[in-house]
Every structure is written in C-alpha cells, then in structure tokens.
Design a protein around this ligand. Structure first.
Ligand SMILES: Nc1ncnc2c1ncn2[C@@H]1O[C@H](COP(=O)(O)OP(=O)(O)OP(=O)(O)O)[C@@H](O)[C@H]1O
Ligand SMILES: [Mg+2]
Length: 475
C-alpha cells in the first residue's frame, strides 16, 4: 500500500483512534484480514466471521508487526474503530486509488473473468508495473484488499468484479472507479440467483454505467446483450470480437492440433499473428478483450500479439494440461463450470482428440454438476451430455448425483450406448474406473462446478507421476 499515517487513515474512514501512541506512524505494509498474512507495517482488518472474530487476534497481529487494527470496537491494541469495517475498507481503497494515478481497468462477465484478467495482467506487465486481482477475489472484500496492494510505482490496476445480484457491480465500481470497463459476456452463470439473462445483463452493465465521460467501455461485439450495453454508457465504446465492425478483432481463427487457438489479431495499429499457449477456443474472445485494453493503453499490435502468445495460466485448475510420462494427458478444468464453459472445454477436448486419435488415444470427458442453474438445470445438463456425443468425445463419465444422471441421459439419448457414457456416484468411483481404463494417448478432461471439487480426480490421476498436482488422496 502507499504509505499513509494512522491519522490519515482514521480521517478517510471516519474512525476513532484508540490506544495509538503516535498517530503519525505510517501503515507501509499490506492491509490484511488474515492474521497469518501480517507483515511489519501492516494494517489488520478485523472482520467478524461465522466461526472466527478477527478482534480476538488484535494483540497477536500487533505483536507480529501490524501497526494497528481496523475494528468495530476497542481491542487490547492500537485501533481505528468504525461502525462498519467493510465500508471503511472500501473508503480506504477508494482514497488510495484516487491518490495513485494508475490506470484502473475493471472487468466483469459471466465466464472468463479470471482467465481474461490474467491475460490482461500479463500483457500490461510488459508495459509497466501492474497489480491485479489474485485468483478470483472479486467481491466487496477481495476487491478493496487487492486495490490496497498497489504502490506509488503501480501503473495499471486490473480488477475482476463479480456479481451475484443487481447493484453489486455498481458498488464495486464505486470503490475503485475504473476508466476502462470491460464486459466479456452474458451467460447463464448464477442464473438461478439472478432470475434470467436479462437480469444478468442488467447487473453486468452497471460497470459501463459507472464509467466517466472520458472513459472507455470495452464491449464484446459478438454477444448481443453485451453489445447493447453501448447505449448505457457515456464513455466511448471500443468493440472486440470476430464481428466485422469490431475495432479489435480476430481473423483466420483456428485451433492447433493441441487445442491451442491461433489467429490474426487486428487492432487499429495493424495486424499480427497470435498462437496461444492456453487451450480452448474460448480464449480467442478473452485474448481479444485483453488486446482491446492493451491497445487502449497505447500498446502496438506486435507487442500485444507477442504477449498473448507467451501468456500462461496464472490461476490454477483452468484448462491445466499435464501430460503424464505414460502418455495420458490430463486436462484439469475443475475450477468451475457453467453451460458456456462446459461447451468451450468440450470443444477444446474435441480438438485435442484429433491429435490423440492419430496416436491411438481416446478422449474422455469426466464431468459433474453445473450448479445454480435454477429451472434450466435439467435442460442444460441434458444439452451438455448431448454435445459430448456430437463432438465425438470417446467416453463420458458423469460424476455425482441427479445432475450427473441428466448428463449421462442426455448423452444416451443422443446416441451413446454401452460403455460410451457412464454415470458413477462419486470422485473415487470415477478414479477407480479411469485408473483401470486409461491407456497411453488418452486425453481426459475433468470439469464441474466449484462445489463438486472434481480437481480431486485430476490430482489423483497425476499422483505418482511426479507432478506438483499429484499430492493428496481422493477424499
Ligand atoms: N470466454 C469464455 N467463454 C466461455 N467459457 C470460458 C471463457 N473463458 C473461460 N471460460 C471457462 O470458464 C470457466 C471459468 O473461467 P474463469 O475462472 O476465467 O471465469 P470467471 O468468470 O472468473 O469465473 P468466476 O465467476 O468463478 O470467478 C473455466 O472453466 C474456463 O475454461
Ligand atoms: Mg473468477
């Protein structure tokens, strides 16, 4: 964080100071909510959780080097006391971002936020010091904590914003007002909670409504609900996509035999070829979004294309491809799943299958529930099961309860029979089956919603093959 004195912080958050011998002492370390992350010079934020009350750790964190505690009641340690810690954290983030002078880029969408944020970060990092959301810390606590890790050197702040309802993005955009706001897509993630795609579009579009007149709304030209957001912003609009009128667009899109996208990137400064290290055609859209942001910040097309070609995965369990020494390839995409990302992953698997088949290998889709689909759940699971068959995926292993049975039934009704599609009750059963059946050359995709925890299957399959992923038994 940029150095601020306790007196300045107390004023920003409208708090009362307690037991602070010298209000001129500065917070120089990170602002943290987890006592294990304290460093000398930190400010500790005491949240009251369901099981743990941060206030109980006040003494301990100060002994570990924290300068003070941001709290809702006096503690046995130097403290700034406020009514609402979350609101105070937000106010502090906003004040710090205002003082920074960094370019603030915010992005939202139904699928691909983290993947795209990681791409933007890797591209912009080449231009200057960049701070970005670690993993998926995209909510009302993670966002300000991330913003507060920026320093005087930071030139770009890249922030993922998540929404579970109307008003969430507006709130987040108010904490760290972006000049560049990117909307990736409107899909069906969390549709059960939102009530429908229109509501999701309403919620995601709050990002472009929050942009200033001299800001830029970076919008996906290929998604009608996102394109329509152009009418909801005062900012200039920059379109990306495969549509002919997109200022930043891809031509000659194809997947290599390994399932990695390759295309010609066009920006207003020219064109350049990109072949990505990431897997799956959905990354074309993510890469174009990142290119649009980088273009807006003044990067020439050649530099952007090179950065996109060299970018890797920064966040785990997203299309993590590992080839075992015995020739079995495990694709761990178990971080999360919704219908769009299931389709994208299955198409990547199908592309990888072309190369696998040449070596006598087969493709396996080991899939579990897509959560939070509300009334759409049956139809969406059925459709994914059917798609696996249409894409000619060799074997479908549906893992788990009712939703998994819908996946398998969809595949069966689409024409898969016998062993081609099976339903197993849990991760262990899937691992037992795979250990028995896998042979060199096979490619195995593992994917389900976060709550299902299918990464355990990917980890078990890599166990004993010297991979860092391979620790821990299937539980
Ligand atoms: N543009 C895209 N369209 C469809 N699916 C995508 C896209 N980009 C990534 N995915 C897939 O969606 C899943 C989630 O990706 P990612 O974590 O990047 O999304 P997210 O929006 O950050 O998700 P969350 O809401 O959980 O934070 C992954 O399985 C990934 O392969
Ligand atoms: Mg995310």
């Amino acid at each position: 964080m940029i150095a601020l004195s306790l007196a300045e912080i107390a004023e920003i958050v409208g708090g009362q100071t307690y037991d602070i011998p010298d209000p001129a002492v500065q917070v120089t370390g990170p602002v943290v909510r987890d006592s294990r992350e304290i460093e000398p010079g930190s400010l500790f934020v005491a949240f009251v959780g369901e099981r743990v009350d941060g206030h109980d750790y006040a003494r301990q964190v100060v002994d570990a080097g924290a300068v003070a505690v941001l709290a809702t009641r006096p503690v046995q340690a130097p403290a700034i006391v406020v009514d609402d810690v979350q609101r105070a954290l937000g106010a502090l983030a906003r004040a710090v971002v205002e003082r920074l002078g960094a370019h603030v880029v915010a992005l939202t969408g139904s699928a691909g936020k983290t993947s795209t944020k990681d791409l933007i970060a890797q591209v912009l990092q080449r231009k200057g010091p960049t701070v970005w959301t670690p993993g998926s810390l995209n909510n009302e606590i993670g966002l300000p904590l991330t913003a507060l890790t920026a320093t005087e050197e930071t030139q770009h702040l890249v922030l993922e914003m998540g929404a579970r309802g109307i008003g969430h993005i507006r709130y987040l955009a108010g904490l760290t007002p972006p000049r560049i706001g990117l909307v990736l897509n409107v899909g069906t993630a969390h549709i059960g909670e939102f009530g429908g795609r229109e509501q999701i579009a309403q919620a995601k579009g709050e990002l472009v409504e929050s942009l200033p007149k001299d800001g830029v709304a970076v919008l996906n030209a290929d998604d009608p609900l996102v394109r329509a957001m152009a009418s909801r912003t005062e900012a200039r609009v920059l379109l990306f996509g495969e549509a002919a009128d997109a200022a930043v667009r891809a031509e000659n899109v194809r997947l290599t035999e390994h399932g990695q996208p390759s295309f010609t990137l066009h920006t207003p400064t020219g064109c350049s070829d990109v072949t990505m290290r990431l897997y799956g055609e959905h990354h074309v859209s993510n890469a174009l979004a990142a290119a649009a942001v980088a273009h807006e910040l003044g990067m020439p097309v050649d530099e952007i294309a090179l950065a996109l070609s060299e970018a890797g995965t920064l966040s785990r369990w997203r299309m993590e491809v590992t080839e075992r020494p015995d020739g079995v390839t495990v694709v761990n995409d178990a971080y999360n799943a919704n219908p769009e990302s299931m389709r994208a992953a299955l198409r990547a698997l199908a592309a990888m299958g072309e190369a696998a088949r040449a070596k006598g290998g087969r493709t396996w889709a080991v899939l579990g529930q897509m959560a939070e689909l509300g009334d759409e759940a049956l139809a969406e699971h059925d459709a994914v099961g059917r798609l696996a068959v249409r894409l000619n995926v060799g074997r479908l292993v549906a893992v788990g309860g009712r939703e998994a049975s819908w996946l398998q039934l969809g595949a069966y009704n689409e024409g898969s029979w016998g062993e081609e599609s099976v339903h197993v009750s849990d991760a262990q059963a899937a691992v037992d089956l795979l250990r028995k059946e896998l042979r060199p050359g096979d490619v195995v995709l593992v994917k389900a919603s976060r709550s299902v925890g299918l990464e355990r299957i990917a980890q078990a399959l890599l166990e004993g093959f010297g991979s860092s992923e391979g620790e821990g038994a299937v539980r």
